[in-house]
Design a protein around this ligand. Structure first.
Ligand SMILES: Cc1cc2nc3c(=O)[nH]c(=O)nc-3n(C[C@H](O)[C@H](O)[C@H](O)COP(=O)(O)OP(=O)(O)OC[C@H]3O[C@@H](n4cnc5c(N)ncnc54)[C@H](O)[C@@H]3O)c2cc1C
Length: 351
C-alpha cells in the first residue's frame, strides 16, 4: 500500500515510522524542515490528560507507555524522553486550592500525585525559590518531558531506514498531492485546516480556547532544572546544553499574531529570577510563536475524513504527548484495522 503522510512534525514522523515498519510504502511530504515545526519547539510536557473525559484520559495513559515503546524501538539515538516528573504549586490560597482540586482529580483516576514539603522539593530541585509557596507542592512522578528537536530527526531517520521517503515541499491541493497514493494521512498540524477546508479547528486568536503560544529558549544557565516546573505564572522545562524553555499561559493571551514579539519574550524572561534565582543572568536565545492545532471542542481529531475515500487526519493540541500512540494507532487504522482507543475522536462527532 502506498501512503502519503503530509507533515513531518511529531505526529507525521511517528505515523510514518509505524506505517513503514508495518510494510507500507511511505512518502512524507513536509512544507518545512522538521526542525522548524511547532513540534520541534514545543514545551514538550507529556502527561495524563484529565479533561473530565475518560476517553482522553485513557488515550493519554496509553500515550505515556507508547513514549517508552518509541524510545526502545528507535534504539541508538540521542535521548529525547526524560522521566523526571512535574512540580506544580500555587502562590496564594485560591491558586493552592485550584492545584489541590486538580491533584485530587488525578488521584481519583488512579494517577499518582505526591504532596511535597518545601524541603522535599528542594531535594529534587535545589535551585528553586520556594519562599512564597502556598499549600503543598504537587509532584506528578509519571509525567515526562520530550525534546521535540531531538525526537524528530531520530524518528524520521528510523522511518527512512524502514523505507520511508522524506520530501520537503508543499502539498497544495489534497487531490493533486494524493495522485498515485492509496491513502493519505494528513498530519499537517494547523495546516490541516488548509488541506481540509471546513475542518473544525479554531482560528488563531479565537476566544474559546488558547491557540497562539510563545516559547522562549534561554541561553545556558549555571544551575538548570531537571524536570517540568509549573510555578505560578511561569512554566519551565530543561532544554539541551543547560538551556531552559519558558512558557507563560497568561502572556499567550496577549499575542495578537501581528508584529514583534520580543517585548512579550522579555516579559517571560523577567519572571525567571523569581523562580530560579541562579538563572538571573539568562538571556533570550530564541523565540518561537506557534498556533496550536485546536479542535473546536478541545478534543483531538483522529480518523477517516467523511466523504474523502482514503483520507485520514490527525489534529491535536496535545501532540507531543500523543504522537507516539497516535502514530501506532493511525498506522493500524490506515492499514484497515479500527482501534477502540480513538472511537471518541472521530470527525463525525461534529456532524
Ligand atoms: C506554546 C505551546 C506549548 C505547547 N506545549 C505542549 C506540551 O507541553 N505538550 C504537548 O503535548 N503539546 C504541547 N503543545 C502542542 C504541540 O506542540 C502540538 O500539538 C504539536 O506540535 C502538533 O504536532 P503536529 O505534528 O500535528 O504539527 P506540527 O509540528 O505543526 O507539524 C506540521 C507539519 O505539517 C507540515 N505542513 C503543514 N501544512 C502543509 C502543507 N500544506 N503541505 C505540506 N506540509 C505541510 C509542516 O511543515 C510540518 O512539517 C504546545 C503548543 C504550543 C503552541
Amino acid at each position: 500500500m502506498k501512503v502519503l503522510v503530509i507533515g513531518a512534525g511529531a505526529i507525521g514522523a511517528c505515523a510514518a515510522l509505524r506505517l513503514a515498519e508495518a510494510g507500507a510504502r511511505v512518502t512524507v511530504l513536509s512544507r518545512e524542515e522538521p526542525l522548524t515545526t511547532l513540534s520541534a519547539h514545543s514545551f514538550g510536557w507529556a502527561n495524563a490528560i484529565d479533561e473530565k473525559n475518560s476517553a482522553y484520559y485513557d488515550l493519554s495513559i496509553e500515550a505515556l507507555a507508547a513514549q517508552q515503546r518509541l524510545v526502545a524501538d528507535v534504539g541508538e539515538a540521542p535521548q529525547w524522553l526524560f522521566r523526571h516528573g512535574n512540580l506544580h504549586w500555587g502562590r496564594d490560597e485560591a491558586s493552592a486550592e485550584a492545584q489541590q482540586a486538580i491533584a485530587d482529580g488525578y488521584r481519583e483516576l488512579g494517577y499518582p500525585v505526591e504532596e511535597l514539603t518545601v524541603a522535599q522539593t528542594r531535594e529534587l530541585e535545589p535551585g528553586l525559590a520556594l519562599a512564597d509557596v502556598a499549600g503543598p507542592v504537587h509532584f506528578y512522578p509519571r509525567d515526562v518531558h520530550v525534546l521535540g528537536h531531538v525526537l524528530l530527526p531520530a524518528v524520521l531517520d528510523k522511518a527512512q531506514e524502514a523505507g520511508a521517503e522524506v520530501r520537503i515541499g508543499t502539498a497544495g491541493s489534497l487531490d493533486e498531492a494524493r495522485e498515485g497514493f492509496d491513502a493519505v494521512l494528513c498530519c499537517a498540524g494547523r495546516g490541516n485546516a488548509d488541506l481540509l477546508p471546513g475542518l473544525p479547528l479554531l482560528e488563531p486568536g479565537a476566544p474559546e480556547r488558547l491557540t497562539r503560544g510563545l516559547l522562549v529558549r534561554t541561553t545556558p544557565v549555571a544551575e538548570p532544572v531537571t524536570r517540568i516546573i509549573h510555578a505560578p505564572g511561569l512554566s519551565i522545562r530543561p532544554h539541551t546544553g543547560g538551556r531552559l524553555v519558558l512558557h507563560c499561559h497568561d502572556l499567550d493571551r496577549t499575542l495578537t499574531g501581528d508584529g514583534d514579539v520580543s517585548a512579550v519574550a522579555q516579559q517571560v524572561l523577567e519572571r525567571l529570577p523569581a523562580v530560579l534565582p541562579n538563572a538571573a543572568d539568562a538571556e533570550v536565545e530564541h523565540v518561537f510563536t506557534g498556533v496550536r492545532p485546536m479542535p473546536r471542542d478541545g478534543m483531538s481529531i483522529v480518523g477517516p475524513v467523511p466523504g474523502q475515500d482514503g483520507v485520514y487526519v490527525i489534529a491535536t493540541h496535545s501532540g507531543l504527548t500523543l504522537a507516539p500512540v497516535l502514530g501506532e494507532i493511525a498506522a493500524r487504522e490506515v492499514l484497515g484495522e479500527e482501534h477502540p482507543l480513538v472511537e471518541q475522536f472521530r470527525l463525525t462527532r461534529f456532524a
